[in-house]
Design a protein around this ligand. Structure first.
Ligand code: IPD
Ligand code: CA
Ligand code: CA
Length: 258
């Protein structure tokens, strides 16, 4: 199944590269000014579902751009056909394709693909995490003050949901640096391969994290909500780290919100 996911991600990546810098229709989604969708998001999703459904016609799908199909299957594919649409719409070549797989409600595999750098991140529960076939592990940084973190801002950022501004400020004062790439799936993949030490965000959707969560865990990292409970796709708080700085991150999240 992971081979099919890789093939679908590669094909979707081709679609995205074809439209890059040449987007014709940028629409606003769900009445949210900052939530964009382009023809590339939709075409990429169609391509992914076409490839997976041809092989596994009985499986269910949860897909961001309307391709959700619920069937009586133990398997469900969770798809973000273009993670980083705002970057993409501005011609910024920093985005990814994310495909996660659930078996009986548990995440069992994930693929995150960056078509610009041809980096394919893959993981299967219990089987480790890989970048282009080579094993990856999280970083060994043990202190928050020496950590490079990443975060993102939700589409309702202007409402400052869940004290996100205060929390951002607290991390800014306590970490070595913070980046905001604009693709949550890549953020996860970069924690998994040690480029980032930690990643937190609020109000992400299941398709942003399904694959990335498997990558981080299989690379030896930890994923949780802001209280430290194991991460669940239906909880809108996300912390991922190399494990070593996780409790320090939870402390910051807790105190900044008081
Ligand atoms: C977005 C990206 C971004 C995150 C947003 C997501 P999209 O996904 O993952 O990094 O900060 O919250 O919605 O809309 O580009 O698929
Ligand atoms: Ca996304
Ligand atoms: Ca998307």
């Amino acid at each position: 199944m992971i081979d099919i996911a890789k093939e679908a991600a590669r094909e979707a990546g081709k679609v995205l590269l074809q439209h890059l810098g040449n987007v014709r229709h940028i629409e606003i989604k769900d009445g949210q000014e900052l939530n964009l969708v382009t023809e590339a998001d939709k075409e990429s999703e169609q391509r992914i579902i076409e490839i997976i459904a041809a092989r596994y016609p009985d499986h269910s799908f949860l897909a961001e751009e309307g391709g959700t199909v619920q069937r009586a299957s133990d398997y469900r594919w969770i798809i973000d056909p273009l993670d980083g649409t705002t970057n993409y719409a501005h011609g910024l070549p920093l985005f990814s394709v994310s495909i996660g797989l659930e078996y009986r409600g548990e995440l069992v595999a994930g693929v995150v693909y960056n078509p610009v750098s041809s980096e394919m991140f893959t993981a299967e529960t219990g089987g480790g995490a890989f970048l282009n076939g080579n094993r990856i592990v999280v970083s060994s940084t043990a202190e928050l003050s020496r950590s490079l973190l990443v975060t993102g801002f939700p589409y309702n950022v202007k409402d400052n949901p869940d004290h996100m501004v205060e929390r951002f400020q607290a991390f800014l004062m306590n970490a070595r640096g913070i980046r905001r790439l604009g693709s949550a799936a890549l953020d996860c993949a970069f924690v998994a391969c040690g480029r980032f030490d930690g990643f937190w965000e609020v109000w992400l959707n299941p398709w942003d994290l399904a694959a990335g969560a498997v990558l981080v865990r299989e690379a030896g990292g930890r994923t949780s909500d802001f209280e430290g409970n194991p991460h669940r796709l239906d909880v809108p708080q996300w912390v991922a780290s190399n494990g070593l700085i996780h409790d320090q991150m939870l402390e910051i999240l807790k105190h900044a919100a008081q």
